[in-house]
Design a protein around this ligand. Sequence first.
Ligand code: GDP
Ligand code: MG
Length: 631
Amino acid sequence: VPVPNIRNFSIIAHIDHGKSTLADKLLETTGTVQKREMKDQFLDNMDLERERGITIKLQAARMRYVCDGEPYCLNLIDTPGHVDFSYEVLVPNCNLVSRSLAACEGALLVVDASQGVEAQTLANVYLALENNLEIITVLNKIDLPGAEPDRVLQEIEEVIGLDCSNAILCSAKEGIGITDILNAVVKRIPPPTDTSQKPLRALIFDSYYDPYRGVIVYFRVIDGTVKKGDRIYFMASKKVIPIRIFLPVGMYADAELFFLFCQQQDYFVDEIGVLSPNQLEVDELYAGEVGYISASIRSVADARVGDTITHFSRKAESSLPGYEEATPMVFCGLFPVDADQFPELREALEKLQLNDAALKFEPETSSAMGFGFRCGFLGLLHMEIVQERLEREYNLSLITTAPSVVYRVNCTSGETVECSNPSALPEPGLRRSIEEPLVKIEMLTPKDYIGSLMELAQDRRGEFKEMKYIAENRASLTYKLPLAEMVGDFFDQLKSRSKGYASMEYTFVGYEESDLIKLDVHINGEPVEPLATIVHKDKAYPIGRALTQKLKELIPRQMFKVPIQACIGSKVIASEALSAIRKDVLAKCYGGDISRKKKLLKKQAEGKKRMKAIGKVDVPQEAFMAVLKLE
Ligand code: GDP
Ligand code: MG
């Protein structure tokens, strides 16, 4: 297909507004996927994604479409659609959405005609506008009796300032308006510019690890051409390979030295092809086209989203803009319940990392918890997904400690250290001040919930910035707020306080000094490091009280009395006690029927799976997360 007949576009939509349904219909209508081989929602193809209704990895699909007798090639590049995932990708430029939009000339803005514009949609539309994309407004679900296309169109015009006079009314479910959309893609979205003569520059918008072929890289050729056998080079990734040199014992204390080498990343293209949507080999791809390569790349960290591919012998002068490494913002400890599973946990993390460039981990030892790992994630959903995969796919039973943000500690020595583990915070005498990360958060809400959401934000140390009405009944609230206050149940609170109607979006704005202290927890007289948290000074007392009460509820009673204390340094600020339990749990089943007894034993065994013995006390998983859910 000649370049003037190519169209590259993506779909911007809030969760549940119908992106997957529409994508499926486009594939079906263009005959790309036959109806009988069509699994529901072709674009979401990981089990976990399907279950949670989210798209974690973006995908692409090439469609053939004939318009006015002329054949066209339409490339749909999907973007992750779940608010939980996109709102937490904090560094705007490494945002997956932004990279997939940068690979397109246009986007479909899909809005549910019975709902309206949401915070996430807004943020992504602005990204699309920044990338100079042509936006086609699609009102979906017009088959619903509650659809109010006029109201929603007016809202889009007012809030975003888009001209909606040629918006398309559609029902992805009923198949209404689908050819109008395909025709609009051809007629309104500009073709790519033909820059095939220039040195190769291809934008990586996704990559995944295949155990047989190595990393598969999804890209859009911006300039030049690329074919099988080419020697290619990644412009941003510089791989650092540690090489161990063993020295004769006695020469150095450690008898082992580490040297770091920087290596240029060049590879030979083993396979190149298009996504239709299954991988289909081709000989060569030209400027404007979208496809995949495999080149014996060992880990996704070597071919990162946003990086530029060029030729080794004819390098482009500059890489494509917008590459930034994903930095983990949230850290937690992962410990195997059974200490013997430590090597398996390491292996599983290494395997996951092959496919997840943003996942970081290093060994962590704690006297209370034994051997485990301190892991870094982009945000909470990322953390939950990794945990869930470790348990489901690798059969590990884990204890997760409460997530923490990364603090900057200015020490009296003049040094500044980063601290992502409250129990490792330098002693008060060694630190001058602590800085914490702040975010700007925008909430969109029907006006009835404004008061309740303002209360929530203020409660979480939020600093009010702005409120505007974006439509008659809807307002936008902007706050500056510590990231630490968002980690936990903020999103759940937002949803429950607004009966599910509010949405939010946040971006990292920087570090600021704050009056923070470490709150320790002692159980049975012993400090339990993984329960330590960093809190604002003004909140230490109420948090200490609530935390000890909550722990008292969560920790099962033992055969002896167990004191639970919250402390600042050596000062106890709150204290509770678990009274001793005398009878065996089974005692109350004496005389009862055997199946009931079995059930109780089974329940105990299940409970036991997620307990960690701290000294003589068994502490359940929930207790480690208690600090996130205090009233
Ligand atoms: P996504 O989260 O944006 O990918 O949304 P989905 O495509 O998964 O759709 C969310 C829900 O809306 C599903 O239950 C769909 O069946 C439903 N849905 C999608 N499009 C339409 C439509 O045009 N009309 C109606 N009535 N329901 C739709
Ligand atoms: Mg979907």
